[in-house]
Design a protein. Structure first.
Length: 372
């Protein structure tokens, strides 16, 4: 029996593309921000490794004014409630996901959407019910009996968890065709706050959606398009990081805690975790040809490189995604994997890829796949 395989990956971003330098200048020009905070913002933005981000909010790239939803004039104490942020999330969720799904399906030939038997949605930046899963079933014209699973509020590692869930479904049901769809509208949770955690969150997080088709069945693809045969998964959480990376619903948005200690925690634990997945897969690191690391930030990527003994060049795809899109939370790793699929040729068949993503807990999810 063929191993469950990622046959295609599609992505989408909102239409508002914001230069990081523009967003930085907007913040620096605010009369309500003092000199000390401006210096802190300059330091943080200068270290993000991000050139562009996308947002569902046009105002993310324009000066503060009274008509904005989040970016009010600095001398005002107005705060946008969670209900308004969730309203915007619900209004834009399905359209962006459909765009990512269509991008994924465009890579498949003679594929009928009606063959989809399962759908897994994931997000940590918005929720509502009836939810995105039902909306997508209706918009795609799928049978109402399609089995639906929703993965909510897991954070940046949720996509690998969704892939793993699809893997187990496809492994036990060879006829299953699983669509996974993730959506993160992180910029909806922008908050004016002088804490370093919030400034970092405001500086790196962005919006995006991603989708993938996973199945054990043979699915025809466009010429020269590679797939990823899923082999092994391993996940752990480090209890010492529970308060270093946290994500909670506040009165005026989702409150993120992202400690500067997180890269150190990852560096201390990722190599031992790698050895555990290698033992499970009965391989060694020498058999890994490619690394797909969640680009949570420059410090996290550098910590991974040092701990895993890999070069910046081996990690360049993650840097490129971070540069072009920012950290889109859970969907970002699928952007990285999609870029790899575009680069692979038939000469890469049989080579192995190791993927990592990190999130609250501190949780580390890992995956080994073989190019085919």
């Amino acid at each position: 029996m063929r191993s469950p395989t990622i046959h295609s990956i599609g992505t989408a971003v909102p239409k508002y593309k914001i230069a990081q330098s523009v967003h930085h200048d907007i913040l620096q020009s605010s009369p309500a921000i003092g000199r000390k905070q401006k210096l802190q913002i300059r330091k943080i933005y200068g270290r993000t490794g991000i050139e562009y981000r996308h947002s569902v909010l046009e105002e993310f790239g324009r000066a503060e004014n009274d008509n904005n939803i989040l970016f009010f004039p600095g001398d005002q104490e107005r705060m946008t409630p969670v209900s308004r942020r969730m309203q915007i999330f619900e209004e834009g969720a399905a359209d962006l996901c459909i765009e990512a799904i269509e991008d994924s399906l465009a890579k498949l030939t003679q594929f009928d959407k009606i063959s989809i038997t399962h759908i897994i949605t994931f997000s940590c930046t918005g929720m509502y019910a009836p939810g995105l899963d039902i909306q997508l079933v209706e918009r795609l014209g799928l049978a109402k009996s399609v089995e639906r699973t929703c993965i909510n509020f897991m954070g940046c590692y949720a996509a690998i968890n969704a892939i793993k869930s699809a893997y187990y479904i496809a492994k036990t049901n060879t006829d299953a065709v699983v669509l996974i769809v993730g959506l993160e509208l992180c910029t909806l949770h922008y908050q004016k706050n002088e804490t370093e955690d919030q400034i970092v969150a405001n500086a790196i997080f962005a919006d995006g959606a991603a989708a993938a088709i996973i199945s054990s069945a043979d699915i025809a693809k466009v010429d020269d398009m590679r797939s990823l045969s899923l082999e092994n998964f391993y996940a752990e959480f480090e209890p010492a990081g529970k308060e270093e990376m946290a994500w909670r619903i506040g009165d005026h948005g989702f409150d993120l805690k992202l400690s500067s200690y997180v890269p150190d925690l990852i560096a201390k634990n990722i190599k031992e975790m790698m050895q555990k997945i290698f033992r499970r897969a009965n391989i060694t690191q020498e058999q890994i040809h490619y690394y797909a690391l969640h680009p949570g930030g420059i410090s996290i990527l550098e910590a991974c490189e040092k701990a895993l003994g890999i070069t910046k060049d081996q990690n360049k795809t993650s840097y490129e995604v971070l540069n072009d899109y920012g950290n889109m939370s859970s969907v970002t790793i699928l952007f990285v994997l999609k870029e790899y699929l575009k680069q692979f040729t038939s000469g890469d068949n049989g080579k192995k890829l190791l993927a990592y993503a990190f999130g609250p807990g501190l949780t580390m999810e890992s995956m080994i796949a073989e190019i085919c």
